[in-house]
Design a protein around this ligand. Structure first.
Ligand code: PDD
Length: 285
């Protein structure tokens, strides 16, 4: 089956999908995006993702290119036309095409809307059970990480640096020595008493949908969750750590810089949370 993309009202062959070179997304990263998981053709927490997209675009003062229902429909339809039942849908909206000039164009262009879909699988059992390494570094991104902007070059550099060091993810540390989040994930630790800690939403982190869902699932299972910042030192001394995102689900962290956590493999609480999240995605919870 050949790949299909949605571009401004049309479903087109993926290889022919085009946006103008003067699109402000291309020139200024002036736009926002979402990545939504699909399970059996169903958008997982689709409503929460679409609400966050509306918020991101609102903060950027970009008009929503279509209503939430229409966006949800196009997302599911893009997946269907690609034959994707389990995988992701990528949505991106920008301010649109206009002659290059930093301030907003005097007459608002029509926002651009693009969607693609492809098959994907959650991290395999072997990866999950081994856990991954993270590399800490100063957070050199902008001060509005709560907006899911397409301006990801800081995250790109952070993740690349991590990968070159042999780590899977970067952990970005704020000026106070507190962990903000990963390059494309939220960061969590498990305390000595088995409770979870993850930073409360602020302008240094993206309020992850997986994070939000897992807080509900954990509390429902009787696992306490504290929403507060934690330092890199506290993380290195923690019983367990893990990261969450739409595409990595719940991924245990077995090493932070040179510090090995626990026995150097995934911790039991992290694995239990991954099981809970898997069940939720499969629709069993
Ligand atoms: N990344 N923090 C950042 C900086 C992210 O880019 C992401 C998601 C998250 C987790 O958010 P969620 O649980 O809603 O996926 C946290 C997506 C998956 C990406 O850019 O591919």
């Amino acid at each position: 089956m050949s790949r299909i993309a949605y571009v401004n009202g049309r479903y087109v062959a993926h290889r022919d999908a085009r946006i103008h070179i003067e699109d402000r997304g291309y020139q200024f990263a002036d736009g926002a995006y979402e990545v939504i998981w699909l399970s059996g053709g169903r958008l997982v927490d689709g409503q929460w993702h679409l609400e966050r997209l509306a918020r991101s675009l609102g903060e950027l003062e970009i008009a929503l290119p279509a209503g939430s229902r229409a966006l949800g429909f196009i997302a599911a339809e893009t997946a269907r036309r690609n034959g994707v039942a389990d995988g992701i849908v990528y949505l991106q909206a920008t301010r649109g095409t206009a002659r290059r000039d930093h301030p907003f164009p005097a007459r608002a262009p029509r926002p651009s809307l693009v969607m693609t879909s492809r098959r994907a699988a959650a991290p395999a059992a072997a990866t999950t059970e081994a856990g991954v390494g993270v590399l800490s570094m100063a957070d050199f991104r902008w001060d509005r990480c709560d907006i899911k902007a397409i301006a990801l070059v800081g995250n790109v550099l952070a993740k690349q640096r991590a990968r070159e060091s042999g780590a899977y993810e970067a952990w970005l540390v704020d000026r106070d020595g507190m962990v903000a989040e990963g390059g494309s994930t939220n960061a969590w630790i498990v305390t000595a008493s088995g409770g979870l800690v993850t930073r409360a939403p602020d302008e240094r982190i993206l309020a992850g949908i997986t994070r939000r869902r897992l807080i509900e699932l954990a509390r429902g299972a009787g696992i306490p969750v504290e929403e507060r910042a934690f330092s890199l030192e506290e993380a290195k001394a923690a019983r367990e750590a893990f990261i969450t995102s739409t595409t990595c689900f719940v991924l245990p962290v077995s090493r932070i810089d040179d510090t090995v956590l626990g026995n150097g493999r995934a911790g039991g609480v992290s694995l239990e949370l991954r099981r809970l999240y898997d069940q939720f995605v499969a629709g069993a919870l």
